[in-house]
Write a protein that binds this ligand. Structure first.
Ligand code: NAD
Length: 263
């Protein structure tokens, strides 16, 4: 029997680097999936990997509260419950110093990375609490923050602010619901090999004329391991935090960062 056998897992940013790997892992461990991301076409194409009886999709932007409500409603309608929510969708601001970031870009990042998680929690917590009252089983939520959510991150200040906010929401929600059957944790990876980071590196190569090896070495010089995280390494920690076997673990930041925040 899988670790998430017959549990319903809702995953945002489902067609991104962490999202795809996480969906595959939860599915392999027996979960039913509710997959959400911005665009319908890639979502449907990805969902085609799985048995259609065990997957549902919903396209929409996480900065819209109605999308968070619809995701939860879909989980309940299709699979009867919501057991695990992985609030993973996110964007980074383009690397630049704080005064160079426009108010518009800052608001865009905060709307998606911080307000998106706020809307998600606002709609996920009451459903999980109701399940706990009725069945004795609540749920587990993992918000994908960042190492930039627990330490300063030069060049991505607004992203760091949003991710610090996600850690704040996580801890407060964990404490509000710790005796109501719900665990809430924040995953805090350092730079990892996903499309988000590869796009950042390609932009850096174009701007500087440096090679991929050079821009990668530059990006990872603050990471004691001196390398990017691999997607599977990050998702391993995500699974650990979400697992129902891990019932005493809540309100934590799960740092997966090659030693970066140990300095
Ligand atoms: N890759 C890293 O190094 C790293 C490090 C720390 C934290 N993170 C966080 O991990 C999460 C996943 O990122 P990733 O690295 O897999 O990047 P990614 O770009 O591969 O995936 C992000 C996904 O989020 C989706 N998304 C973006 N805006 C959205 C919106 N408004 N509504 C719905 N979906 C939206 C994208 O379509 C994409 O599928 C993000 O929250 C990111 O901030 C990533």
């Amino acid at each position: 029997m899988g670790m998430f056998e017959s549990l319903t897992v809702l995953l945002t940013g489902a067609t991104g680097g962490f999202g795809k790997e996480a969906a595959r892992r939860f599915y392999a461990e027996g979960a039913n999936l509710v997959l959400s991301d911005l665009r319908d076409e890639p979502l449907k194409a990805f969902a085609g990997e799985f048995d259609s009886a065990r997957v549902a999709t919903l396209a929409g932007s996480v900065d819209q509260e109605s999308v968070a409500a619809d995701q939860v409603a879909l989980a309940v309608e299709r699979f009867g419950r919501l057991d695990v929510a992985i609030n993973n969708a996110g964007v980074a601001n383009a690397m630049k110093k704080l005064p160079e970031i426009s108010a518009e870009e800052a608001r865009h990042v905060i709307d998606i990375d911080l307000m998106g998680v706020f809307y998600a929690l606002k709609h996920q917590l009451p459903v999980m609490e109701k399940q706990f009252r009725e069945t004795g089983r609540g749920g587990s939520i993992v918000n994908v923050a960042s190492a930039a959510g627990v330490s300063g991150a030069p060049g991505i200040s607004v992203y760091a602010a949003a991710k610090h906010g996600v850690v704040g929401l996580t801890k407060a929600a964990a404490l509000e619901y710790v005796r109501r059957g719900i665990r809430v944790n924040a995953l805090c990876p350092a730079f990892s090999r996903t499309p988000m980071v590869m796009t950042m590196l390609e932009r850096d190569m174009a701007a500087t004329g440096a090679s991929m090896a050079e821009v990668e070495a530059n990006l990872t010089r603050g990471i004691p391991a001196r390398r990017l995280g691999e997607v599977s390494e990050i998702v391993e920690a995500l699974i650990f935090a979400a697992s129902p076997a891990n019932g005493f673990y809540t309100g934590q930041t799960v740092q997966v960062d090659g030693g970066m925040t140990a300095i």
